[in-house]
Design a protein around this ligand. Sequence first.
Ligand SMILES: Cc1cc2nc3c(=O)[nH]c(=O)nc-3n(C[C@H](O)[C@H](O)[C@H](O)COP(=O)(O)OP(=O)(O)OC[C@H]3O[C@@H](n4cnc5c(N)ncnc54)[C@H](O)[C@@H]3O)c2cc1C
Length: 397
Amino acid sequence: MQKFDVVVLGAGASGLMCAAQAGYRGLKVLVIDHAPKMARKIRISGGGKANFTNITVSADNFICRNPHFVKSALAQYSSQDFIDLVERHGLEYEQREQGKLFCQNSASDLIQILRTECNWAGCYFWLNTTFQAVIFENKQYQLSTSRGLVLAENLVVATGGLSFPKLKSTNVGYSLAKQFGLPVVPASAGLVPLNFKDKYLALCQHLSGIALNVKVSVVNKPEPSFTEAMLFTHQGLSGPAILQISNYWQLGEGLEINLLPQLNVEAELLQLKAQNSPLSRWLKEQFPKNFYQSWLELYPMEASLANVSHETVKQYAKKLTQWQLYPSAKAGYDKAEVTLGGVDTDHLQSKDGQVKNQKGLYFIGEVVDVTGHLGGYNFQWAWSSAYTCGTHIQGKK
Ligand SMILES: Cc1cc2nc3c(=O)[nH]c(=O)nc-3n(C[C@H](O)[C@H](O)[C@H](O)COP(=O)(O)OP(=O)(O)OC[C@H]3O[C@@H](n4cnc5c(N)ncnc54)[C@H](O)[C@@H]3O)c2cc1C
């Protein structure tokens, strides 16, 4: 039986970061993953360029039953700390809208940095290795794996969430939490497209491929709202604005979409009315042709506003700025970037992710009930929670 100070289960973003930090402190660290390659989600993230953090990160960018939980980790390891790390490795990166940072060449550059850090820190890797079970005995964790038994002082669970099952996501983290008596906040797909049925589906299919810059919120819940691109697809709606609001939308609720968030639409329409200018020209300036033609079929408007009442103009404006439509479902884990819910943070120390009543057991990254907004926040949570765990974890020495 091999002995380690720390076994990290999961060689993803958080597992690698944590392993390196613990290894630098002289601890003997083993990383186990059942996948043949490490960090496969990083590789496909951000369209292959990994939106690895954001210039501005605060607790407001995260969803968690305890909104204060993330503060300690974010304070101990900020986005600037991660930027400093990748700069030390010479990573070329670029800043895009809303402070999002992406690799300039490829997300694999980022994986290479984490791999190098782990190598420098002397970590051991068992990839392609199935984790079977763990027991806690004599203050140690004994793991059965397809490569034999392993004994460790500390077990770090960094197995992520359920999204993208084709990348070998599993619920093992939640099972381990339950084994050690920790509640798990029910998991659901997050940052996911929304599907529609009937006339809305027909509309989305007809407009598939068209993107509009919109402001979206849930009906009767003005906050949070997101002003970003929305994309019509063959199944419904996607794009950053929709992925963001999907974290807050529940089955049965509607979306409220302002199709022209940059304009005072009522004032514009009243001006058209006063000037007797044709509505069609104005619509053409605001929207792609396919969109406004379909819009007029769904919600007919008079060609000239000169003779319509102020009240009708208001109704037209309201439709364009408070368009309400009802999704039929979330698209599912195979299209979701993250998993909402996870290990209940009430039972974890916020300073390092250690289970409050179970010495040496840690949960970090997405397996925890912490979900970031779109924009690099999920990786920042992985880095911050992993760093604090790796730097606090205790060894025998
Ligand atoms: C398509 C896509 C795009 C994304 N883009 C971005 C982005 O641009 N920016 C951003 O911030 N976030 C993005 N995310 C989210 C981000 O990838 C995750 O939040 C982040 O990877 C979570 O890190 P983690 O270490 O907790 O889990 P993961 O990175 O998912 O790592 C978990 C690891 O555990 C292993 N594992 C699971 N079960 C077992 C088991 N039973 N035994 C052994 N090993 C196991 C897995 O193989 C995996 O290697 C994206 C996600 C997806 C799916």
